[in-house]
Design a protein around this ligand. Structure first.
Ligand code: C5P
Length: 120
């Protein structure tokens, strides 16, 4: 099925950044269901408003980046979670990296983000 905006929000939107104590990624990857059926290898959470993220799909907040992708005109604060350790089965353990980065996303025909590609 086509990727949806709701799924994008579940996987990639967390604003303001949730206060879950240390081990943010371990908690959030489980909370958002990204530990099943196997530990997702890499996942980015964007700490920005929905309006600002949606704007990346428009000329006010983003520009074409080729292959149907858009890159934000301004950096967002993001946390990138990277799976660590050999086992891909839960409980999943992640490293956390919070940084300010330009996000690369795909948008649907309604102008809503549906895919997170990378951050630069
Ligand atoms: O690069 P790859 O196709 O393996 O990425 C698969 C998925 O991993 C992406 O669709 C996205 O959900 C997630 N990802 C991410 N942040 C990155 C790279 C990948 O959230 N920096």
């Amino acid at each position: 099925c086509a990727p949806s905006y709701e799924t994008f929000l579940t996987q990639h939107y967390d604003n303001p950044k949730s206060s879950v104590g240390k081990q943010y990624c371990d908690v959030m990857m489980k909370r958002r269901g990204l530990d099943k059926p196997a530990c997702k290898e890499v996942n980015t959470f964007i700490h920005g408003t929905k309006n600002n993220i949606i704007a990346v799909c428009t000329a006010s907040g983003g520009k074409d980046y080729g292959k149907g992708l858009r890159i934000s005109l301004r950096p967002f604060t993001v946390t990138t979670c990277k799976h660590k350790g050999g086992s891909t089965r839960p409980p999943c353990k992640y490293s956390d990296n919070k940084s300010s980065r330009y996000i690369v996303i795909a948008c649907n025909q309604d102008g809503k983000p549906v895919h997170f590609d990378e951050s630069l």
